[in-house]
Ligand binder design. Structure first.
Ligand code: C2E
Ligand code: CA
Length: 594
């Protein structure tokens, strides 16, 4: 048999005994403890659990409503119902007690055994329901305010708290508040390479590390995906803000150990400052976001504090991105071709496809829009269009059913991450009946710096199909010899910035390129000199054994029709030279601009 544990609190001993007598007439079993005043009651409540407290409203030490409030503030009493009893009855009093947390209110004069028992039962039930309601409210509140993966605040709550806590205080005290947006670099690659579960665990670990370096009162939230936000108040200088951001970035220096993988992950932080940039939370979040994109595009500086000119640049970029999206859908691009000549045989060895984006008054060059396409995730669609169109046009440039030259196409690092890329290239080659060895794909070193497994596999798959691979713009950035050994490159294209400095035989650049060319020859890798603009540069390349050359000295990039004419002439010339058994046309015959 279960007993209802009841605490009867009344300073009037007669009233107390009457209640106990009334209850004992019932079949129900009560385990009753009596208290003479509030303090005695609190002492009992500290030591044991009660299902119901039956308490007199009028006691000398404390007013009934105050007593209820005090009881309800005790967490251990959250499952205990409270019934108030009084000699007085007025509706306002009853409402005050219920609002303060009591479940029922009874007049002492009307208390009968049945009524008292029913009231206790109902009070217990009502309290149970209130508890359930409170718990589900709490759950909904949690859901509405917390990010379920990391347990951090979500965007909505961050927004609220930023306004309520930090910005309100900032306005009062004229202090500085910094809103910072943090985005993980290449999180998609991590997800693709290690799977979403590891990706999720990484987000949890990142949340933990950021939390560790922030103070208790600093706000931290996960806004969604791999984007976090934090806000710090009570600041007095920009240097302090920079120091906090640096502290956070520093925590990424140690790789994250997840599921047996050591994951190297970096991040970028954009910052907006109140009141300098704005005093409004929405505006601050937007400006921090703009600064974050800036930080992401920077090579070394991964922290960026918003400056006014950034908004204009951002809007311009946003406009280009929207137009580019439409162009990608309607495939509104053109291909130009620039030949690469072989100075030894004086023939065209390759033609390089170069994309152009025709607009109403101008033509956009790839260096202006390819980075935007990469960032906006449009490069895959554009890259596929380039590959299909260039191969299709190339197949129509046949000379006597033979190709005297190869086609070179630029590939963005983002395209190589796609595990289907090699298969897609193979299919496209097959569709236009172009042999794989006639295609050379230009890969920039940026793709290899990530040391990504997916890219490694794609490059080897392409090489296995028979497609040629060229390391593009070599010498322009962080050139690494190890890339030449690690990946199956048959060609290295020396960046124009080096070629254009080699005309002086005593220069360091000259000696370096000579050494490089010697080494590449030894490794069986062919070399192309890019951006040859003068005969001096062409001669310097020749003297180093770099016979494959590209540049305005020979040809500018040109339309499909123009390149077709040139190739036709080339074809005729080579047929003629075959008939005359004269293998070599006079040197410099390509030294013309279109
Ligand atoms: P790149 O692969 O180094 O291509 C050669 C670039 O150098 C071309 O610029 C060409 O016009 C320019 N050039 C050639 N000879 C000379 C010269 O003698 N002097 C000077 N100053 N420049 C010369 P373009 O067409 O503007 O292309 C720029 C870059 O855009 C390319 O550099 C390539 O990395 C990228 N790109 C072009 N087309 C595509 C494409 O279809 N997809 C991707 N992902 N990137 C592309
Ligand atoms: Ca290229």
């Amino acid at each position: 048999m279960t007993y209802t544990k009841l605490l009867v609190v009344d300073d009037d001993v007669i009233d107390r005994k009457t209640i106990i007598r009334t209850l004992s007439k019932e079949q129900n079993h009560y385990d009753i403890v009596e208290a003479n005043n509030a303090d005695e009651a609190y002492a009992y409540l500290d030591e044991m659990h009660f299902d119901v407290i039956l308490m007199d409203y009028n006691m000398p030490q404390i007013n009934g409503v105050e007593a209820i409030v005090k009881l309800r503030s005790q967490p251990q009493l959250k499952h205990t119902a409270i019934v108030m009893i009084s000699n007085l009855y007025n509706e306002a009093l009853v409402l005050d007690c219920i609002n303060a947390g009591a479940q029922d209110f009874l007049l002492k004069q009307e208390v009968t055994s049945t009524q008292l028992t029913r009231s206790i039962l109902q009070a217990r039930k009502r309290h149970e329901l209130e508890q359930q309601l409170y718990e589900s409210y709490h759950q909904v509140k949690q859901l509405a305010e917390k990010d379920s993966l990391t347990g951090l605040h979500n965007r909505f709550h961050f927004d609220e708290m930023l306004n309520r806590l930090l910005l309100a205080r900032q306005r009062r005290n004229r202090e500085i508040v910094a809103v910072m947006m943090l985005d993980l670099d290449k999180f998609k690659h991590i997800n693709d390479n290690f799977g979403h579960e590891v990706g999720d665990q990484l987000l949890v670990a990142v949340a933990g590390r950021i939390k560790e370096v922030l103070r208790e009162n600093e706000l931290l939230a996960r806004l969604g995906g791999d984007e976090f936000a934090f806000a710090c108040g009570e600041l007095t200088s920009i240097r302090q803000i920079q120091a906090i951001a640096e502290r956070v970035l520093h925590t990424f220096h140690v790789p994250f150990e997840i599921d047996g993988h050591a994951i190297h992950c970096s991040s970028s932080i954009g910052i907006a400052v109140a009141p300098i940039n704005s005093e409004h939370r929405k505006e601050l979040m937007k400006l921090a976001d703009i600064a974050m994109y800036r930080a992401k595009n920077g090579i070394s500086d991964k922290i960026c504090i918003f400056q006014d000119n950034m908004q204009e640049a951002f809007l311009l970029k946003y406009q280009i991105e929207s137009e580019l999206r439409l162009a990608a859908q309607s495939q509104h691009f053109e291909l130009y071709y620039q030949p690469i000549i072989d100075s030894q045989s004086d023939t065209i060895n390759m033609i390089e496809a170069l994309i152009r984006w025709p607009l109403a008054n101008t033509t956009q060059l790839p260096e202006e829009f390819i980075p935007i396409a990469e960032e906006a995730g449009l490069i895959q669609a554009i890259g596929q269009w380039v590959l299909e169109s260039a191969l299709e046009q190339f197949s129509r440039m046949l000379c006597d059913d033979q190709y005297q030259f190869r086609l070179s196409i630029n590939i963005s690092p983002c395209q190589l991450c796609d595990s289907d890329f090699a298969a897609m290239v193979e299919q496209t080659l097959h569709a236009v009946s172009v042999p794989p060895n006639k295609l050379v794909l230009d890969i920039t070193e940026a793709a290899l710096l990530q040391n990504d497994q997916a890219i490694n596999e794609t490059l080897h798959a392409l090489s296995n199909i028979g497609v040629g691979l060229a390391l593009d713009d070599f010498g322009s950035g962080l050139s690494s010899i190890s890339h030449l050994l690690q990946y199956p490159f048959e060609l290295v294209k020396i960046d124009s910035s080096i070629v254009q400095q080699i005309a002086q035989p005593e220069s360091k650049q000259h000696d370096m390129l000579q050494g490089l060319s010697f080494m590449l020859n030894k490794l069986g890798i062919k070399v192309v000199g890019e951006g040859v603009e003068t005969t001096m540069q062409a001669k310097a390349c020749d003297s180093m054994g770099i016979s494959l050359q590209q540049g305005f000295l020979f040809y500018q990039p040109m339309s499909e029709n123009k390149v077709k004419h040139i190739l036709k002439d080339e074809c005729k010339a080579s047929r003629l030279s075959l008939v005359n058994c004269d293998a070599k046309t006079p040197a410099g015959s390509h030294n013309k601009k279109s």
